[in-house]
Ligand binder design. Structure first.
Ligand SMILES: Nc1ncnc2c1ncn2[C@@H]1O[C@H](COP(=O)(O)OP(=O)(O)O)[C@@H](O)[C@H]1O
Ligand SMILES: [Mg+2]
Length: 417
């Protein structure tokens, strides 16, 4: 538990996800139960590290002719604080499916036998796959991507990181743009990464009541970079930043993705399947199409798209006149198209570029632009991707009681149906 966050013990109620269309779209038949299950494979139990379908947590699916979907999910522990997140993730996932008119999620609790089986399966999977990343199960991972470069991914990433940190949170920033790293410059931080017990220690920058922890290729000395680059695919460098680094407890990890839709996203999907994508787009239709392709890729790679951020949305000149230089509504259109929320819009403003050049992101200040990023951070932290609450949850008990649980049913709720 990080000292800086003042949270209540009760998990907040899950945010409601507005449906983009409240009726089935023209020509879309309701999905089959198998389609629903397939879509739910993208929902990961962050602590058990596997999808809820393979874990056996989806205990019932029904779809009405009108496209009303009902899903029953059995939790390992009824009071699990991850409950809200799972409910939210299941809903967002299904709302985006063609032909779905409404989604109802029923949360139940497993009986002791089912619980022990699920934990056995989770352990087995854990031994089979997962590379050991230095990222806690309680860290919410948001990768910031787009189909193309120059839309402001890095500027949005660092300003969002700053704004989240100002909420008193600890934010990791992983600069996954291995060739075109820009995070060190944007944050005015420079290298030497130190190693402790063979692990890289991210560089730190306190921000308000919070903290940034940053790793970038730009912090490595030239000769280290040469070693990392030699014979390495991009993805391997990112893997090293995840596995061979001591990140410590983080509330969020923001990943600044390189342009394009390739390797790094797929690698993240494999190493940290619970990674969610924030798509940055600019209003022009062209950029929108590219961004929508990025969303497609994310889906196929099973990264959930958490939301869209529109950057360079409009420009207000010094005389107060507002120009929609690239047209308007692109971000909103894209968000609707892929069935996710529009997290917010950031105007074009020379101070955003100047702040980046000076290593002093505008989000550090207290002007109008800082306010815009602060609102983006609020929407993310309160609605789109709330911090994971975990005290007393499954993985906490996974190692301690998994065996005992089978023999000794916990008091309380009835078995899930
Ligand atoms: N909202 C904005 N207003 C003004 N300039 C911006 C804005 N967002 C980004 N920029 C500028 O656009 C350029 C590209 O931004 P960058 O964040 O590096 O994009 P990406 O990471 O997508 O390649 C940079 O010079 C940056 O300062
Ligand atoms: Mg960039």
């Amino acid at each position: 538990m990080l000292p800086s966050r003042g949270r209540t013990a009760d998990p907040a109620p899950p945010p409601t996800i507005p449906l983009v269309d409240s009726a089935p779209r023209d020509g879309d038949d309701p999905p089959s139960e198998a389609d629903v299950r397939e879509a739910l494979r993208a929902v990961i139990d962050p602590e058990l590290g596997d999808n809820i379908v393979d874990l056996g947590m989806v205990t019932g699916v029904s779809v009405s002719e009108a496209g009303a979907v009902q899903v029953s999910v059995a939790l390992t522990i009824a009071g699990c604080p991850l409950r809200g997140q799972l409910e939210h993730d299941v809903t967002t996932r299904l709302v985006g499916l063609a032909g779905v008119a409404s989604v109802e999620v029923r949360m139940g609790e497993m009986d002791a036998a089912a619980r022990s089986e699920v934990m056995g399966r989770a352990r087995w999977k854990a031994r089979q796959n997962a590379p050991e990343t230095g990222i806690d199960a309680t860290t919410r991972i948001l990768a910031v991507g787009s189909g193309k470069g120059g839309v402001g991914k890095s500027s949005v990433t660092v300003n969002l990181a700053v704004a989240l940190a100002r909420r008193g949170l600890t934010i990791g920033v992983l600069d996954a743009d291995i060739w075109g790293f820009s995070v060190p410059r944007l944050l005015g931080m420079e290298g030497g990464i130190e190693a402790r017990k063979g692990k890289m220690i991210p560089l730190e920058r306190p921000v308000g009541a919070g903290l940034l922890k940053v790793l970038s290729m730009g912090f490595l000395a030239d000769e280290d970079r040469a070693i990392m680059w030699r014979g390495l695919v991009l993805n391997r460098a990112v893997q090293q930043f995840l596995e061979d680094a001591e990140w410590g407890p983080l509330d969020y990890l923001l990943v600044d993705l390189p342009p394009g839709t390739g390797d790094v996203q797929m690698g993240l999907a494999r190493m940290l399947p619970r990674t969610e994508l924030l798509i940055v787009t600019t209003p022009p239709v062209a950029a929108q199409k590219v961004a929508s392709r990025a969303a497609d890729m994310a889906r196929r790679g099973y990264l959930r798209v958490a939301g869209v951020i529109e950057n360079m949305s409009d420009f207000t000149c010094e005389h107060g006149a507002n120009y929609k230089l690239f047209g308007s509504g692109g971000g909103d259109r894209l968000a609707r198209e892929i069935g996710v929320p529009l997290v917010g819009s950031v105007p074009i403003h020379p101070d955003i570029a100047a702040g980046g050049d000076a290593g002093a992101p505008v989000a550090l200040g207290d002007g109008e632009l800082a306010e815009i990023f602060s609102e983006l951070a609020r929407v993310i932290a309160e609605e789109v991707a709330p911090v994971i609450e975990t005290s007393g949850c499954t993985a906490r008990i996974l190692d301690r009681v998994a065996e005992a649980v089978a023999a000794e049913p916990l008091a309380g709720g009835p078995p899930a149906n």
